[in-house]
Design a protein around this ligand. Structure first.
Ligand code: GLU
Length: 293
């Protein structure tokens, strides 16, 4: 299988210029390394009716073209279940009955990273587990035997971050993002992951999980986010930030594309021009402040 890069939006609403900039970068990284470029809709959670169609239209409007069919996470349940079953068979999971509140109120384990699951359900006895099963459905957690893991990132170099007994399947039966992303990237032949650097802290968990499933880690590039004038990650409330909003104030998709390319130090115009000179080493490493219209 030809290796691939990807963009994996959650269809929770319209893409804003920050999402579109990340998509442009993911496309440039993939195409400049002769990879296929795949689009995966991460609709396990937070899906809003109609959002996917608008996202795909907006990606196409800024010139981001993808190969093959769009993949949706709903409908891939058997793949996720098989991966969880493999971990279960290897003794690498356990059932967790904790409520959010119980987790917040539990004393944290010594030396555990901040925010780590305190391990309450890690060693429940059989009788206790039987009893808890009758009270609420279980989430499935990973039985991690490390507390941190190191990954390599093209833009950030070596990055070491926390790993805890994170959730693989929520207690409402929905597969957790950290499991789905690892399974999907491997199954789709994706060996290059370009995404916003807000996801860098989750990456050690994903890479560790991949190692347990004997999946080679992809190449990671966590790209700087677009922020508002307060330095806060751009959001819909920051005014005209989607293609539809911007069209309404006279800025068409080509103009938005050109402004985003300019923010990356890349030439305006159809993407093949930017592709011809794309060099990850020359990319800005700082967040970019959206100047508004
Ligand atoms: N679906 C995630 C998001 O939209 C991105 C996940 C990823 O790129 O790995 O934030």
């Amino acid at each position: 299988m030809t290796p691939a890069g990807r963009f994996a939006p959650s269809p929770s609403g319209e893409l804003h210029v920050g999402n579109l900039r990340t998509a442009l970068l993911a496309w440039l990284f993939a195409r400049s390394t002769s990879r296929r470029f795949l689009l995966r809709v991460e609709d396990l959670d937070r899906a809003r009716a109609g959002a996917e169609a608008v996202q795909l239209r907006d990606l196409a409007a800024v010139g981001v073209a993808w190969d093959g069919e769009v993949v949706r996470q709903t409908g891939r349940g058997p793949l996720y279940a098989a991966a969880i079953a493999r971990l279960q068979d290897a003794g690498l999971t356990y059932e967790c009955f904790c409520t959010r509140r119980e987790i917040q109120e539990a004393p944290s384990a010594p030396h555990a990273p901040q925010g780590a699951y305190p391990g309450t359900c890690r060693n429940l006895g059989a009788a206790e587990r039987e009893f808890r099963r009758s009270t609420r459905p279980a989430a499935i957690r990973l039985r991690a035997d490390v507390t941190e893991y190191r990954v390599h990132d093209v833009l950030h170099g070596e990055f070491t971050g926390a790993v805890d007994d994170f959730v693989l399947r929520r207690n409402d039966g929905v597969t957790a993002y950290n499991l789905a992303v690892v399974v999907d990237d491997a199954e789709q032949g994706i060996d290059q992951v370009v995404r916003g650097d807000d996801l860098l802290p989750s990456t050690p968990r994903q890479a560790y999980l991949a190692s347990l499933l004997s999946i080679p880690s992809p190449e990671y590039a966590h790209v700087p986010l677009v922020v508002n004038s307060d330095g806060v990650r751009l959001a819909k409330r920051d005014g005209a930030v989607t293609l539809a909003d911007l069209a309404g104030v006279g800025m068409n998709a080509a103009a938005v594309r050109d402004r985003l390319l300019d923010s990356l130090g890349l030439p305006a115009g159809p993407l093949h021009r930017a592709l011809a000179v794309f060099n990850p080493d020359a990319l800005p490493r700082e967040p970019w402040v959206w100047p508004g219209t």
